[in-house]
Design a protein around this ligand. Structure first.
Ligand code: ZN
Length: 272
């Protein structure tokens, strides 16, 4: 029987049987781990309010088999991220990020990967508590999430040859993983997306520095439209599925993709 004592973030918790809870935890040295919390719904003393979504805990988990289900023996609250529950936009964005990690973070992954993913999740939830959620912050956090998952797009140099882009309008190619120079991109390449170099530079800049400073970075309206298209395609290509919280997030925060679609639908027809 292995006993693990470590930190954890609650990615998901569902009722199980008469009195138990099944929780999906994200842990720095393991990645995702499914645990059962026996009698969690009967006894408040065992896990006092500690298995709520987003909660940052210190846990003690025992496991009979490696890679098997964990038994949660103790969960002590480190941070409840209360501000995420008080604002619909923050709640929507935080739900989206934890659902994403719940779907794609590795189980029993390598320690460097799982620590990076855990570190991102804790700092993103912390930053979100203090920031005003809007479509720009959503994009920056999505990009950081891809970076944490080891899927950082190439935003500075051509991903094929490393050349500096020489034009204001450049190609971004999702299947290639980023920017393409004039020689490697160009007309005729399927799936190309033409964007301004400034948009890629702004996204690249958002990957530097503290995650808590992201709320202060801005994008021009044009860069926001382009960046949303890039991230939308990147998400669809690499994840290939829609997260349940995605629609709620779109409704809560809006965004240029959504605003443009709504504006288009509402545009009055020109008079004859
Ligand atoms: Zn190239």
């Amino acid at each position: 029987m292995a006993v693990i004592e470590d930190e954890a973030i609650v990615l998901r918790a569902v009722e199980y049987g008469e009195s138990d809870l099944i929780a999906h935890l994200l842990m720095p040295d393991i990645g995702r781990l499914t645990v059962i919390a026996k009698y969690a719904r009967k006894s408040q003393r065992r896990f006092p309010g500690s298995l709520d979504l987003f909660n940052h805990l210190r846990v003690r988990v025992s496991r009979k088999r490696p890679q098997g289900l964990g038994f949660l023996e103790r969960g002590v609250l480190v941070a409840p991220f209360l501000a995420l529950r008080a604002d619909p936009g923050r709640y929507a964005l935080a739900s989206y990020l934890v659902e994403w990690m719940d779907r794609v973070a590795p189980e029993d992954g390598t320690r460097a990967d799982t620590r990076r993913i855990f570190g991102f999740t804790v700092s993103a939830l912390g930053a979100l508590e203090r920031a005003q959620p809007d479509p720009t912050l959503r994009l920056f956090l999505e990009l950081r999430a891809f970076d944490a998952l080891g899927l950082r797009p190439g935003l500075r140099h051509c991903v094929r040859c490393g050349a500096e882009p020489g034009a204001t309008l450049v190609d971004f190619h999702v299947a290639d993983g980023g920017l393409l120079c004039g020689a490697h991109g160009g007309e005729g390449r399927e799936g190309r997306l033409q964007v301004h170099l400034g948009t890629l530079r702004a996204l690249d800049k958002s990957l530097e520095g503290e995650i808590g400073a992201l709320g202060r970075l801005r994008l021009s309206p044009q860069a926001l439209v382009e960046a949303e298209e890039i991230l939308f395609r990147f998400h669809r290509f690499h994840l290939g599925f829609e997260l349940k919280s995605q629609r709620f997030l779109g409704q809560s925060l809006g965004g240029a993709r959504l605003t443009a679609a709504t504006a288009h639908a509402n545009t009055p027809r020109p008079r004859d």
